[in-house]
Write a protein that binds this ligand. Structure first.
Ligand SMILES: Nc1nc2c(c(=O)[nH]1)N[C@H]1C(S)=C(S)[C@@H](COP(=O)(O)O)O[C@H]1N2
Ligand SMILES: [Mo]
Length: 188
């Protein structure tokens, strides 16, 4: 009897280890490249929170802002790994979008407390501060983009994405499938 139980325990242990070995690499892969990216594709991005005018922008609405074109920039993961390049893409400044939405400021020091949270449809998030976007050169490189090589963005990151092109490691704030931009006052 004890032997049978031992054998069962062994079988369970093997089954557990084998499932783990299969699931772990799948989970690691899914973190970067989902099997079916089409379910994450976003057709519009919302702008909400501490703004005078909440916005919902489709690609055609984004085309109405002053265009920004980037020839190429390196994509470097948070780990330091080289992920290749982002090339020949077109977008608009996140700053221009926020200016259209008009940030809410009730008193002189409110802007310093604003954070801007970019969220993707897979739950991925990146954060900016008001000072980064409006009070530093970094803000000149923060783009919401929607075109590559003159074409709409593919399912792997589109139709709307974002990048902070002057970041040392540019992967983390390359937000694929951008869904929302939320302005929050950190004391709230
Ligand atoms: N929506 C979303 N954007 C994301 C990610 C993600 O998981 N979801 N991963 C980030 C990371 S960690 C990197 S390095 C870059 C490049 O990823 P890629 O090579 O899969 O395009 O995308 C970034 N943008
Ligand atoms: Mo990354």
């Amino acid at each position: 009897m004890i032997q049978i139980l031992r054998r069962r325990a062994l079988v369970f242990a093997f089954a557990f280890a084998a499932t783990g070995a299969l699931l772990l690499p799948a989970a690691a892969l899914a973190e970067h490249k989902p099997a079916d990216p089409s379910k994450y594709v976003t057709e519009r991005v919302s702008v909400s929170g501490a703004v005078q005018h909440a916005l919902t922008l489709k690609v055609d609405d984004l085309r109405k802002f002053p265009p920004q074109q980037v020839g190429e920039m390196p994509l470097i993961c948070q780990s330091g790994a080289n992920m290749g390049k982002l090339e020949n893409f077109k977008g608009v400044l996140l700053r221009d979008i926020l200016n259209k939405a008009e940030l809410v400021s009730r008193e002189h020091n409110d802007f310093k407390k604003l954070v801007i949270i970019a969220t993707a449809s897979d739950g991925y998030k990146a954060v900016f501060s008001w000072n980064e976007l409006f009070n530093s050169k970094l803000g000149d490189g923060v783009l919401v983009f929607f075109e590559k090589d003159g074409k709409l963005l593919g399912d792997d990151e589109g139709r709307i994405a974002m990048v902070s092109s002057q970041d040392t490691r540019s992967g983390p704030r390359h937000v694929k499938w951008l869904q929302s931009i939320e302005v929050r006052r950190i004391t709230e």
